[in-house]
Design a protein around this ligand. Sequence first.
Ligand code: G6P
Length: 608
Amino acid sequence: MCGIVGYTGNENVTPILLNGLKKLEYRGYDSAGIAVINEGKLELVKSSGMISALCEKVENRPAMKGTTGIGHTRWATHGAPTDQNAHPHMSNDGRFAIVHNGIIENYVDLREELIQCGFTFLSETDTEVIVHLLEMYYKGNFRAAVMKVASRLEGSYGLGCICSDHPDTVIAVKEASPLIIGVGAGETFFASDVTALVSYTKNVIYLDDGELCEMTPSGVSIYDFAGRRIEKPVSRVVWDIEAAEKGGYDHFMLKEIMEQPRALKTAIDHRIKDGRVVLDDISLTPDYLKTVNKIVILACGSAYYAGCAGKYTIEALTRVPVFAELASEFRYSNPIIDEKTLVIVISQSGETADTIAALKEAKSIGARTLAIVNVVASTIAKLADDVIYTRAGPEIAVATTKGYTTQVAVLYLFAVYMADILGKIDSAERMRLLSEIEKIPSMVQRAIDLNRHIPYLASKYYKNTSLFFIGRNTDYAACLEGSLKLKEISYIHSEAYAAGELKHGTITLIEPGRLVIALACCERLFDKMLSNIKEVKARGAKVLGVALEGNLRIFAETDDGISVPRFDPLFCSLAEVIPLQIFAYYVAKENGCDIDKPKNLAKSVTVE
Ligand code: G6P
């Protein structure tokens, strides 16, 4: 959720912190702040609003000089997004400043205890207890005090702390919240996401839960919570900073939409070898897969809709029942799963709290778990029994695009992989399916090329305040994602409806001029869809039809059309989503919305 960053080295820390925060802004953007040790004294600047407001404040005050500091960009949970509730928080004696990503669950008791001890609170946050505890436990040994504080905290925290008595030291601690250490030459960094570090160093250490890292310009020392020294490997980040920059596009979202052919190629290509799906990364054995009698897919938001899309293909090819469930609901549903259930959790960030909780629940009941994740070494990637990385590269826009389509592509690969193991497809069919999957990147490019008129459609329809997406089967799965995209970034109310269900109540909402986006790529159900299109047209709706290239029947019935390249119906819904992403993008643009950072949202939701 929130983004945190820290540095100690020989450079002026202020621009490093502000640049880092700009890279992390997608994690939360309602307020921000930095703290710097300047000539042995802590200086703090905080501001409600986006990072640009903080930068302005920093520019309009005396220079914050120093070589050690921390920063934070917030997505408010406890307390409104005000200057006072923004991080960093400072101790009453002015010696400590901290930034925190996560939630301290026992903060009410701790706050009470600290007030009794005479500490004054300036914010409504759960976080502020941490800095007062630090002051309370500090007896000259910074690390020992942080360690003691960690032992009092319940909940999740990625924590960065500085102390004016130790101007060359930053201490970071991790528990159930992401934290990455960057190791440079004569400088060290920490951040909640590798994107904030990669322009300075590609050498990173992924901290695990229950670890503390003491950083100085000359290097890092890592400890467990019992105070034992730990040696951890330094990993190399494989992508360049350009991957996390806009590269000439107006928005990250448009750049990420256009990157999809390449991202999908990376997700797919190396996993098809000699006519077979090769999932090197997983240890699921054929013997185990043959015992699986149910697959449960758990995820949130678009990742859940990727699961809905994957369900059709996995069921069609393996004949194993698949249930896509919302992670936030699963946990409290007393789920009926056992060792014969394969649980697939899907998450772009790998840090979504609801998905993590559902994964833990599934594991505790004895299910085998497989994660489909984009962010390397994220919590979900580490927790699951197996992980398949989507390899989409960094995704910065809050509304996911390439994250979603690479998840669906991995599910398609998995469907063929499992069908092959179960003997449900022969080698000719396997080869045919795989050659179709190999075509996905070029089909996606074609879906972009075929629809250069979408900005025009957006300019025609952007004033609609409420609309419907309708479709059947795999088209319905694409409706779910298309509708969510539009809601997320354009703030226009829309509903995804199974086309056959509309007449069972919701058709009352169809009135003259209402826009209905009708997805009809599933050609075996085409005639049924045509009837549904006629039903809404008869009630005055304007219909934007989405159908396979060359399907003239639909375009004769609808007001406007979007074409999707023709390929295997089992894999079609992936390409179908592309024009819907583009439509959402241009509608949001017409409406003047902040496309990459929609109001109230955050990219990685680390609270339940
Ligand atoms: C948030 C984002 C959504 C995203 C969902 C799941 O709600 O705003 O866009 O789909 O989290 O995220 P994940 O990282 O688990 O895929």
